[in-house]
Each structure stands twice: as C-alpha cells, then as structure tokens.
Design a protein. Structure first.
Length: 245
C-alpha cells in the first residue's frame, strides 16, 4: 500500500466519523479545479482553521498525477503571507514543473510549532486525498522563516518529501538529515548570514547526502521576488533527484 493510498483511507475514515458526528467533510475542505492561484481555508479537526494559497497548474487533470510543492512563508504578520510567498517567489520560480503548490499561513509562530506541524500535515493530507499527486515528486521549500521551516519539515517528515529547497534560511543542527537538499542563499543577505548555509551544504555533502548550494550575489534579504530566478536554476537538480530517488 502506498503512502498516498493510506492517507486517502485515513481521510475516508475521518469523513465517516465526521458524518456520524453530524457534519460533512465537504464543509471542511474547499477544493477547486480551475487553473491559477486561489485563496482558500481548511477547517481543521480541532475546530480551528488554516488559510492557504493553492496553485492549480494549467491543463491539470485528475487522471494525470502532478508534483506537489509545499511553500512556507517568511516571518511577520501571517495573514496572506502564504499567498505572498507563492505569488512572488515559488510559483514564478517553479512554474515549469506543472506542480500543485500549496502555501499555508502560519497558525502559530514559526513553522516548527506543534500547531503548525498539525495544520500543515492535515492540509497536505487533504490535498493528497482530493487531487492527483505524484508521490515520487514532492518538495518542501520556503523563504527566510519558511526556509528554516523547510529544514524542519524535511528533517521531521522525510517520508513525506523527496527534496527540500530552503531559501535565505538559517539551517538547524543536521544530525540525521536524509533528504536531497539544495540551499539558495545570497552572499549579501544581511539577516540570515551566508556562511551557515554554505557550511551546512559542505557538512551534508561530506556525509554523502545529495546537497547543493546556489550562491547569488547582490540580493538583500528583503528583495524576496529576486529569488525566483535562482529558484528556476534549481529545477534541473530537482528533476534529477525525482528521476533517481
């Protein structure tokens, strides 16, 4: 049984329980099929909700599985930040992939909080249950706080993702890191220094992990949109990783 099938079975069981409790799973999950960028909300099992941006690629068909990209936003006020990072960096950077891109708003602080872990997990479960996802082509990426979140989710949930692309991030301790990872970082970053990202890639490479670095010059931390082009440069590496798991 594949992971995607197992998650669909989990959601079906939850839907049955929801029906017995007197409410509908359809009321909990907004789904769309039209291509483009959408702003949606998912009701969570604990009664709270998570707002998120969703990109449906052109020519999407439920008959043809597509890649899935989790995009984590930067710090600051979370309302609409998921859409902001998707719109400015992730969607233009990864358009060539024809992927479904999901960009949640943080529900509590940085991405490593239990509340964010639960919200993101339920959101991804819902996406995988309602859309045709190629589970061999998944990615976690993000910018700044979201780049650090990419490291966090890649370390804690390696079975969920096939690669990570942290952008302008602060790498954590790397003990046990498994995923192929490509860090994108500017030498001109005045908030998240370049050297820790470079050192993380060197350390992981020495341990036999597929770890790469795209180093850029002249882009400051707050010029978020300018990282879309370096992200485009990561696509050949990502396609190679997906083709050779």
């Amino acid at each position: 049984m594949t992971l995607a099938v197992f998650r669909k079975m989990q959601l079906a069981a939850f839907a049955l329980c929801a029906g017995l409790a007197g409410f509908s799973i359809n009321a909990m999950a907004q789904t769309v099929s039209d291509p483009g960028l959408h702003s949606l909300t998912l009701a969570l099992a604990d009664g709270t909700s998570v707002d998120y941006a969703l990109v449906i690629p052109e020519n999407y068909s439920p008959a043809t599985p597509v890649p899935l990209v989790l995009a984590l936003h930067y710090g600051g006020a979370p309302q609409g930040a998921g859409r902001g990072v998707v719109e400015s960096v992730i969607a233009p950077g990864l358009e060539e992939l024809g992927a479904i891109i999901v960009g949640p708003d943080s529900v509590e602080g940085n991405w490593s909080t239990p509340a964010n872990e639960q919200a993101v997990t339920q959101l991804l479960d819902m996406i995988e249950a309602n859309y045709a996802i190629d589970e061999t082509k998944t990615l976690v990426t993000g910018f700044s706080m979201g780049g650090s979140g990419s490291w966090h989710f890649g370390a804690k949930f390696p079975e969920r993702f096939k690669a990570a692309i942290p952008i302008a991030s602060r790498p954590p301790a790397l003990a046990g890191w498994q995923l192929p990872v490509l860090a994108i970082h500017s030498r001109a970053d005045q908030v998240a220094p370049f050297e820790p990202a470079e050192a993380a890639v060197v350390e992981l490479s020495a341990r036999g992990v597929n770890a790469r670095l795209i180093a850029v010059d002249g882009i400051t931390h707050y010029e978020t949109y300018r990282f879309a082009e370096p992200l485009q440069q990561a696509i050949p590496w990502l396609l190679e990783v997906w083709a050779n798991p």
